[in-house]
Design a protein around this ligand. Sequence first.
Ligand code: HAM
Length: 435
Amino acid sequence: MVPVPWRAVPAFQTSPGMRDILPPESARWRAFDRVFADVVERAGYGQLITPLLEDLGVFTRIGDATEIVTKEMYDFVDKGDRHVALRPEMTASVCRAFAEHRPTTPWKVYYSGSNFRYEKPQRGRYRQFDQVGIEVLGADDPHLDVEVIALASEFYGRLGLQQVTLVVNSLGEPDDRARYVDALRSHFAGSRDALSEGSRATLDRNPLRVLDSKRDVDQPVIDAAPQIAEFHSPAAADHFAAVQDGLRALGIAFAIEPKLVRGLDYYRRTIFEFQGGTLDSAQNALGGGGRYDGLVEALGGPPTPGVGFALGLDRTLLACDDEGVFAAAPTPLDVFVVDVTGGLEAVTLTADLRARGIAADRGYDNRSMKAQMKLANRSGAAVAVIVGDDEIAAGTVVVKPMHGDGDQFAVPRSELATHLAPLLATRLDQNRTAP
Ligand code: HAM
């Protein structure tokens, strides 16, 4: 291997929109996943793990009016001549897995992992980003939409977020949606010259998405646009009313946002979004979801209703930072072993402690007592266990509480665990009950 010459600026850096997640931030990511799993497993959801890479066709079924399909896909032809893509989201993969395995319904699954979209990177918008989410396939019940929304809301609550608002809308049955899209197309076409250039381009691809425009110049035309509720069939209106009744019964605050359309083509009937109070409006969607009856069929499965959501981990953690909640907590260390003899004591002591379920780390390279004690301090360990030549000769070790709970004392090495137990009691209990 030819070494790359040393430079102040490293020769390689992560690609734009992709990041390394270092400890202790990575511990926060794991805790985020754990809290999410805890919330949804209690509601009967099991984890589904799908590949990062799928046949491109799985994602083109999301719809060719969807930007993540037309502009943002990481797709390539592999060595076996297959046209594949890194997943831009997970709902399509879940439906592909359902069509492939045909599990019994309702199929309640949750997921967690990275997705890839070739977007313009900025705060809260990355090319590799993580989501957690749930999907339920095979049930049409509006009370399921309520359950799904309630679980997302419970999760935000468990993180401690208080400034998250829920907006809901219904896109109606497929026919309602199609009639609405036609009406919007004529409305916007009639005022085409008053629209921004960006919205004129969006109009040609997908009139619904013009409603998403945040540009001031577009607002009067958007405000005058027809509203989806005027196009709801009685069945769609009833379904949406039942969802609202369910949310009220659970005391979940929401606002109906008639202009909410969401960016994916597969939605039918209920759609919803959770918006953060602290991020820029372009990135304030912390998560969203809805019904996508018809997607399983598009992927070669039987007619199957579906509903779910995905929550962006990256944006949700930014919202947590902004609200000062769910802080990064490094994995707590119980014991730091300081061995200045250069022998095998630290090797066997740390192995013994770890085997007893005690989190133990140590100093390396036979550094001085002072340097190793500095490391012990920095490690946050509750106790330092110190071994020098005198201790080896006497068959003892020195136990030094690090956080002001008493003086250091020597104990026979064979009795170390017994003496550590009271010093670590509260910590070990806390670790056992941590989320
Ligand atoms: P989505 O709205 O495209 O929906 O993404 C859900 C969440 O993922 C967003 O609200 C946002 O927090 C996060 N997200 C999306 N793109 C990025 C990005 N470039 N950088 C950082 N975070 C991002 C879906 O993906 C649907 N599959 C949701 C769903 C599930 N619908 C039904 N079931």
